[in-house]
Design a protein around this ligand. Sequence first.
Ligand code: C2E
Ligand code: CA
Ligand code: CA
Length: 682
Amino acid sequence: MFKLPTSLDIQFIEGKYSIPLVVLSFLIAFAASYTALFINRRIRENGFFHKNVWLVLASLAMGLGIWSMHFIGMSAFMLPIHMEYRISITILSIIPAIIASYLAFYFANRKNTGIYTFVAAGIFMGIGISLMHYIGMAAMEMEAGYVYKPDIFILSIIIAMVASFASLYIFSLMNNFMDRIFVKVVTAFLMAIAITSMHYTGMAAMQFYTIDEITAGHEKHEMDVIWVIVFVTISTVSLFLLAVLTSQLDKYVDFRLKNFDALTKLPNQKQFTDDQKKEDKAYSVAIVHLHNLEKYIVAYGYYVADEMVKSISESIEGLLPENVKLYRTEANRFTIVNTNKEQSKKLYVSLEKICAVLKHPLILGEHSITVDMVCSLSKSDDPAWVQEHFSNAIAVLQSPSTVYSHEVIEYNPGIHTFNFERQLMVDIQEAMDNGDLFLVYQPKVDPENGDLVGVEALIRWNHPIYGMVSPGVFIPVLEESQKIYDVTDWIVERVCEQITVWNTANVPFGQVSINIPGIYLTSPRLTSTLNENLERYGIHPAQLELEITETSVIHDMDNAIAALEKFREKGLSVALDDFGTGLSSLSYLKRIPISTIKIDKSFVDGVPASEKDSELLKAIIILGYSLKLHVVIEGVETDSQMDFLRTLEKQPTVQGYYYSKPLEANELEVWISRKTLEIIRE
Ligand code: C2E
Ligand code: CA
Ligand code: CA
């Protein structure tokens, strides 16, 4: 390869360069370097694709560029003889170019690299470019022989290494400024010089000779033009496609990641804000709010919680009218924007349907989950700012008066303000002292004989300004602070006082149930309040029942169970309230030491009209009895519901308007005496 044959007839052949093609070869090298830098920028950003994807794409662009540069450079060189390329080796020669580019970019992109890393990277890159070049040369078949001048041959490799090192080093210094086109242009220019200077030095190392006569007429080999066209076309088109593809992919992935929710595929909060730049007014904005998502995550894990959100999102999407926009603005909130006046009514109906659907348990694998939710709505007759509607809808959700009752709640400026909540907090103390706060008692009846089994104490507040405020409104407000402890203590004392009065007057009330708020259950203060009052009023613990909810137990399972066990040991009954809403996991049911379950009103609402609901209710009642628990059913209102219950083999205790609304103590006494009379008359 370096030695000329020993023949006397050797004739050296001089080649000539076509300047336009030399320029073209440089431009190709430049374009490839620029594309590679452009793609490479992605490596440093945390994106959707792994950074190796971008690294490989950048290496492909660079390798392809070096390769095309070489062949265009070859075509620029004219010899008065015939020559051809062997396709297999030609294609093979691209491999070292790509590998060298990969290594070079790999090293150059590493953080905190010293100069030696770049020396190593420069050597790799230089070897890669040189290998590509000399393999490419070996692919040539021609009528002439050639040798390399050893000194220039070595020089070409050194140039490749030094120029690679220099451009990589500059590249790394400039990497933080690659956003600027100018920096990319300069760096690409340097890289193109590295590639081309190696090539042309390598060519200068070649000496062509022939031993035979030169066949006349081959001033310029015919293959060249076709090769040039093919290479220029392939390389520019590929580079162009690669660049366009990556930049489009880049933009798209970026957009999807930033503006869409990965789980539900719905547009997210950012898209919600972006859309307002285009259309900032609407007739209504609604928010579907799922309450306490963490509760489900804690109970079932992320996978089930995700499936739950996904399934809810699909239900919502399916029920909404067509022209409204749906977003997942927060993990537990879906926002709906309606910009169409005719659609307002339809939207309201859809929202009600959504609430109705979510009232039923979702079946996810082995779990049956009922989600606490509410839907807030702000609407106007004329278009109003989306942001204003949105704030109103949020105000509804933040208002203490809002309960997660599977309802659509419309924004009402009189109620949904922060003042209301604060006012209640302030007023409650006075209400306890002056009699605005009082208790009512709702009977629980055994339907088989009409006997009064017990009563549930329910709190009432006759507020001087707001009138009768529902406990569903103010209890959650009080639960936000320790005020609820004071109020519960007050209730316990009032109930004990009442029990002594009834005991003395021989009123057969059975047992009184008190609702215990979740956060108070595990407090030692509750234990002492109960003990003190039972003792002070001389009450038998069996006359008291505590109503707790599943959710309140789950927060602090072990302590809650320990507290409940103590209460049970003392002789108090414990009822699990609102059974069937919430999590209703059988494993919890078995662990919590309760004596009674109170089946939630929602299970009886559809009975007997819905066969499915009726069967479900029956199954829950049977379940309760099979666990040897008392079963109370809440919210029974109608004759037909009662008729259904009467068909059951063992009838649960009934609490509901069918027998009586909650009554004040004296009203209850009247109710009891009337009932006793009825029974006697029968
Ligand atoms: P809860 O403990 O589930 O109480 C049952 C609720 O259902 C009561 O509403 C009762 O009046 C109502 N109800 C009973 N039968 C029927 C019926 O046939 N039809 C209908 N539509 N409703 C019926 P209330 O008194 O408004 O209480 C609502 C919630 O407020 C209670 O739900 C409870 O969570 C809370 N609460 C009420 N009083 C107290 C209390 O003294 N302390 C605590 N911590 N919470 C209370
Ligand atoms: Ca209750
Ligand atoms: Ca209840």
